[in-house]
Write a protein that binds this ligand. Structure first.
Ligand code: SF4
Length: 342
């Protein structure tokens, strides 16, 4: 539950806005109007860490007014914005950099208008298939219990022969989505890491076993599923920790797979740990005691495609990691599709 709620008064013109504002009025949670969901005044904290935590407990109910979506290369054609941020506090969350020092949660109540834009974008590219990414600006699962927007979007794509939807989550409140009519047009991806990384860096998110169980439920419900394993760290015992991750996946996925399922239907994305100096400075502002390995002298500097440089593992380390993860994938899930390893 949020600690405070803000809403744009125009949100009351939409059924979902009315429902949510009525709902929060009946709780003891303080709620105030705000003139814009982009500029919310009233999230305070004496330190960057306090302001960040305050933002993570703040929910803003707004209307998305832009008439188009941003592109989302290379994994999809467009972002599909349903929400921003999430209540988790992962130290390496890229949204902490893109959303600024107060990454408050925001939900959009004009879902029908958002889906109208989606429909137009699909029609513009017909007869090609158009792919939309639902997690470019948020983890969409934690606010689903309030909005139902994700289920509506999944069912919208179920009816769209030329539209495909994908998103990624670390959260496990997926029960309401199990019976959605997805028609195999939505790929449900889970973001995983080894237990040690989750415990140390992914504050306020479900543990590994719970994510794997949630993934197995989605598999059983017939969804195409996939995994992003990120960020991958090379630390003492990393092989044991990541082997355990594959063992858990093997146990729960094969136990729950539908009769016509093959590991070839799975996708994997692997991202080794990297950071920019800007991200490092933001992380240390919010988590001054962070144990994230961010020593420039232990990394290789590499220019990114957007012009800024990042610190990545040494090529020999990356090759070792890559070989390990590709071999494990083939051993446990022969034929699974590896989208990329970076
Ligand atoms: S769960 Fe995802 S969106 Fe939420 S803080 Fe962690 S990395 Fe960021």
């Amino acid at each position: 539950m949020p600690k405070q709620v803000f809403y744009e008064p125009d949100a009351l013109n939409y059924p979902l806005g009315k429902k949510l504002i009525n709902y929060f009025e009946k709780t003891n949670i303080p709620m105030k109007p705000t003139t814009s969901h982009n500029r919310v005044i009233g999230i305070v904290g004496d330190t960057p860490g306090e302001a960040y935590r305050e933002a993570k407990h703040t929910l803003v109910i707004g209307i998305r007014r832009s008439k188009t979506f941003q592109t989302c290369k290379p994994s999809a054609h467009y972002q599909l914005p349903l929400a921003t941020s999430c209540p988790g506090m992962c130290e390496y969350c890229y949204l902490a950099t893109t959303l600024g020092p107060k990454p408050y949660l925001r939900i959009y109540v004009n879902i029908d208008e958002i889906l109208d834009i989606t429909r137009n974008l699909i029609e513009n590219r017909a007869p090609e298939i158009t792919i939309f990414e639902g997690a470019a600006t948020s983890d969409p699962i934690p606010v689903e219990k309030y909005t139902g927007n994700l289920k509506k979007t999944i069912e919208f794509f179920g009816q769209e022969p030329l539209g495909r939807f994908r998103f990624v989550t670390k959260f496990t409140d997926i029960e309401s989505l199990l019976n959605a009519e997805h028609n195999n047009h939505t790929r449900f991806r889970f973001s995983l890491n080894c237990q040690q990384a989750i415990k140390q860096f992914e504050h306020g998110t479900p543990q590994l076993l719970d994510r794997v169980i949630a993934a197995s439920k989605m598999l059983k419900a017939g969804y195409p599923i996939g995994f992003i394993i990120a960020p991958i760290f090379k630390f003492e015992n990393w092989q044991d920790e990541y082997t355990e991750l594959f063992t858990l996946l093997e146990k729960y996925l094969y136990e729950n797979m539908p009769s016509n399922w093959s590991p070839k239907d799975l996708t994997f994305e692997f991202i080794s740990h990297r950071y920019t100096l800007r991200a490092k400075s933001n992380i240390l502002n919010v988590f001054p005691k962070s144990k994230l390995p961010m020593k420039e002298e232990e990394r290789k500097f590499k220019y990114g495609q957007f012009g800024y440089g990042k610190y990545v593992y040494d090529p020999d380390d990356i090759n070792e990691l890559k070989e390990f993860f590709l071999n494990k994938t083939e051993k446990y899930f022969p034929g699974a599709k590896i989208e990329y390893f970076i």
